[in-house]
Design a protein around this ligand. Structure first.
Ligand SMILES: Cc1ncc(COP(=O)(O)O)c(C=O)c1O
Length: 367
């Protein structure tokens, strides 16, 4: 494996130091939950090795209400990040081929690169509303294709895949003897219909998800992997056991207790996201120097500066960071031109988002 650090991680606010980032519009999650707000007593928790699949009650909660899957199909992982890693390293070897949507959450591309397998990119474009093209993906299938990889709702654009398109992709994967990875870390942050868990919809779909984005619990590193395929599940479990055996029992307990009362927390989360979404839309309506495809899910969008090719983008970002203390996810985090930027609107408070967007406008006036 040829590991390389990714710009999105090197330049992340947690690596820069949160205190150095006043208006943080880089995040792809809602704001971080404070432990005390969960009111959890874990003093009697035994710090033993946990169940290798993950705390059974937690797995049961995740599976609850979805057809075709039970807790036996769910493997708890260390965040969605390790789930993505386990899927890639289980299914892909050097001589295999992957089709992946680009731009994307960096690891969905970088881990296959580290493996050294053959990669075809299915690019989504601003001009086509960042929509996925089944025809393009179909045209890229090869005899050695092992995996088709999508993120849904999409990071960094917030686009939602119509359900029949998702099912067409699943059928395409099944017909070609490969799997469809659906990284649905933002599933519950869809502003229209929330689909059932992808892995429950079709045997060729693999779900990756976590508590990081929708619940603001990235610090407990709890995610999961779901497949209906028992043989594949066994391989995922073997990979997990070789990497970290089991999860932290403290993390699992926190996730379990939180998800038990999920509806209670989620109402105010949805409320906050909706309010900030309105701030974003109000801003873009009057900010004529930027254009945006409206995000349908998640808490990120991927606008671009109109005629941005003619703007000194290095100057723009330097000014935005230093003078305005405002940070966004610059295009290069997603291998896109610098005049594209990811704006995270779920993490900041309403006032911070309002000011951060205003700062982008001010900064644009200066370059
Ligand atoms: C699409 C997607 N998948 C996976 C992850 C990893 O998240 P975590 O490991 O915190 O669950 C992220 C984080 O940004 C993401 O955006």
């Amino acid at each position: 494996m040829d590991y390389k650090r990714m710009p999105i991680e090197i330049e992340s606010p947690e690596q820069l130091g949160y205190d150095n980032v006043k208006y943080n519009l880089t995040e792809s999650s809602i704001s971080d939950t404070v432990f005390n707000s969960i009111k959890l007593d874990i003093n009697e928790l035994k710090l033993c090795y946990g169940d290798h699949l993950g705390k059974p009650e937690l797995r049961e909660l995740i599976a609850n209400g979805n057809a075709n899957i039970s807790q036996d199909n769910i493997l708890i992982t260390a965040g969605a990040a390790s789930a993505v890693f386990i899927v890639a390293t289980t299914l892909l070897e050097k001589e295999d081929h992957l089709i992946v949507i680009r731009p994307n959450y960096a690891s969905n591309i970088e881990t296959p690169r580290a493996i050294g397998c053959e990669i075809s990119y299915s690019d989504v474009h601003f001009e086509s509303n960042f929509e996925i093209s089944v025809a393009d993906i179909r045209s890229k299938i090869k005899a050695n294709t092992k995996l088709i990889s999508v993120t849904h709702p999409h990071n960094p654009t917030g686009m939602v895949i119509p359900k029949d398109t998702l099912m067409q992709l699943a059928e395409l994967a099944a017909k070609n003897n490969c799997y469809l990875l659906v990284d649905e870390t933002y599933r519950e942050l869809s502003r229209s219909e929330i689909y059932p868990i992808a892995a429950s919809l079709h045997p060729s779909m693999i779900t990756v998800c976590s508590v990081s984005k929708a619940y603001g619990l990235p610090g407990i590193r709890i995610g999961w992997l779901i497949t209906q395929d028992d043989t594949l599940f066994e391989k995922f479990l073997a990979a997990k056991e070789q990497i970290f055996l089991c999860n932290s029992v403290i993390d699992e307990e926190i996730a379990f207790q939180y998800l038990l009362k999920k509806d209670h927390y989620f109402n105010s989360i949805k409320d906050h996201v909706l309010k900030n979404h309105t701030v974003l839309l109000d801003w873009i309506k009057i900010e004529t120097r930027m254009e945006m495809i409206f995000p349908q899910g998640g808490v990120v969008c991927f606008p671009r500066i109109v005629n941005g090719e003619n703007i000194h983008m290095k100057k723009f970002y330097t000014l935005l960071n230093s003078k305005y203390q405002t940070f966004v996810g610059p295009g290069h985090w997603f291998e896109m031109p610098a005049h594209y930027m990811r704006i995270g609107f779920g993490w900041p408070s309403n006032a911070e988002l309002t000011q951060g967007l205003k700062n982008i406008s001010e900064c644009l006036r200066e370059v």
